[in-house]
Ligand binder design. Structure first.
Ligand code: FAD
Length: 473
């Protein structure tokens, strides 16, 4: 079994260059689907654009997605109707349809070979008690003007099917878009951004050890590495999911997602089935290694064979279920919290930021305003603090089956790998000082509060931390 994402894309080895520019009009931080699409939308804007990614383009969360492009997203429409009202639910629907149109038009116009394919989408439940959720989602979709049809299958209790939904290869898409940018936009890979300093009418961005002056800064790095402005850790939580994939014969191809508490989501890619399941809040079920094992067991139970690929991924969810997209300070923009639907929301976020940077009105800027306040967001943000606290306490008492030593009041964990090499790190995440949890399955140190991940030697894999684990012995 391969413990890595199913998506592979041959990337040429890059000569590591450091940023030459001293200033730019727009500085884009992060080249996942959001950052690269933002660069695309701005490419004819006559603005000087620079994009820096701490790794390779497309190799963040976008590389471990299941890449279903859909406006059916679990029971999102009834959630938004409940959290806000019918109009917000409808606006969200419209924005998702617009994002699908935008994405497919770009693929078409630029002739991007990313295996984009129209595939029907099924929303289903396997639980009697959730039939009502399917009916409610169907009713809302009909009010929006869709015509969902009943989907029958002996393994489910209730289901509906819609069309105009797609699947693609996310890395082929991102790299295809990158090629359309030509040389007009400077892209720097392996370039970590560590700070954004506000000056009078510009920002100083610290990237790859240099300071670059920028008029506009777009934070498209998934989880921002700063707390202020935006206060994103308080407005959001992180959801982790496990994807298992293996060979599977199917007569009619479709994608699926359920409305039940335990996620089940399916898509096909060539002769593979990708099964996404066992979702949980990062702050709960912190036995990350065990969760992996459980997801593989579930895959075996459903498909009577062990998976060929097994990988996990995490995405950000806002406490009121709407993405956070737009300005968080003068000329400082952010796009995040796609609640595991970033193929549409990443493109949408990029288009909103591009319009705002160009001073154009966008129909969705009010809907997604990251500075919004509402009662649902406020209450859930408050409750979210207890989830962080719970994770903090659980991880302090979790012994990880490792040896520990305390030197000058600092506790270090000692991990012995399969070759009997010892790896020692301190247990504190540099981001907001949460205790780290050992993820046996991937041999990583994971922060149960905000999702930063580190290697067994403390090197940074994934932010929001912008540093390696400090005080290594
Ligand atoms: C299991 C799973 C399945 C999913 N399936 C689907 C699906 O079927 N359909 C769908 O629509 N969505 C899906 N999603 C959601 C989707 O994958 C994400 O929402 C989306 O990929 C996020 O894109 P992004 O551009 O915001 O982030 P990323 O792809 O993570 O891009 C951010 C980039 O910023 C870089 N970066 C980070 N910090 C810094 C820094 N300090 N300096 C410089 N660069 C930095 C990173 O290296 C990275 O390349 C899924 C999510 C999960 C967890």
């Amino acid at each position: 079994m391969k413990k890595r994402s199913i998506w592979e894309y041959p990337i040429e080895e890059q000569e590591i260059t450091s940023i030459e520019e001293k200033e730019t009009d727009v500085f884009i931080i992060g080249g996942g689907i959001t950052g690269i699409m933002l660069a695309y939308f701005l490419k004819d804007s006559n603005k000087k654009i620079l994009l820096a990614d701490k790794g390779r383009i497309g190799n963040g969360v976008t590389a471990r997605t299941t890449a279903k492009i859909s406006y059916i997203q679990g029971d999102i429409y009834q959630k938004l109707k409940k959290n806000f009202n019918y109009d917000v639910s409808y606006q969200y629907y419209k924005s998702q349809k617009d994002a699908i149109k935008l994405l497919t038009e770009v693929v078409d116009k630029e002739k991007i070979d990313c295996e984009l394919k129209e595939v029907p989408f099924v929303l289903f439940t396997t639980e009697e008690k959730n039939r009502k959720k399917i009916e409610e989602e169907k009713k809302l979709l009909e009010q929006f003007g869709e015509h969902p049809v009943e989907f029958l299958n002996p393994k489910i209790k209730s289901g509906i099917e819609v069309s105009n939904t797609y699947v693609f290869h996310p890395l082929k898409f991102v790299n295809g878009v990158r090629k359309c940018l030509g040389n007009s936009i400077k892209i720097y890979e392996n370039t970590l951004v560590t700070n954004i300093e506000k000056k009078d009418d510009f920002y100083l961005v610290s990237a790859g050890g240099k300071k670059i002056k920028a008029k506009y800064v777009a934070v498209t790095c998934h989880y921002p590495f700063f707390l202020v402005p935006g206060f994103i850790p308080f407005k959001t939580y992180i959801k982790r999911e496990y994807v298992n994939a293996g060979k599977y014969k199917v007569e009619k191809e479709y994608s699926m997602v359920n409305v039940d508490k335990n996620l089940q989501s399916v898509r096909f890619y060539h002769d593979y089935i990708l099964y996404d399941s066992n979702n949980h809040k990062l702050t709960s079920k912190i036995e990350y290694g065990k969760n992996y094992g459980q997801s593989q067991e579930d895959y075996k139970k459903h498909f009577s064979t062990a998976p060929s690929y097994s990988f996990m991924n995490q995405d950000i969810v806002s406490h009121d279920d709407l993405p956070l997209i737009g300005s968080i300070d003068k000329n400082l923009f952010l796009s995040t919290a796609y609640h595991a639907w970033g193929m549409t929301n990443g493109v949408l976020g990029a288009s909103i930021l591009a319009d705002q940077i160009e001073g154009k009105k966008n129909p969705y800027e009010k809907l997604y305003n990251p500075k919004r306040g509402n009662l649902v967001l406020f209450i859930n943000s408050f409750l979210g603090i207890f989830c962080y606290l719970k994770a903090y306490i659980l991880s302090v008492f979790k012994k990880n089956n490792l040896s520990y030593i305390t030197i000058h009041g600092i506790t270090y964990a000692i991990y012995k790998d399969k070759k009997n090499n010892l790896h020692k790190v301190s247990l504190i995440c540099p981001h907001m000082k949460c205790p780290l949890v050992f993820n046996q399955e991937e041999e990583t140190w994971d922060c149960p509060c905000h999702g930063s991940r580190f290697t067994i030697d403390g090197k940074l894999i994934e932010g929001p931390s912008k540093e390696k684990i400090q005080k290594k012995v």
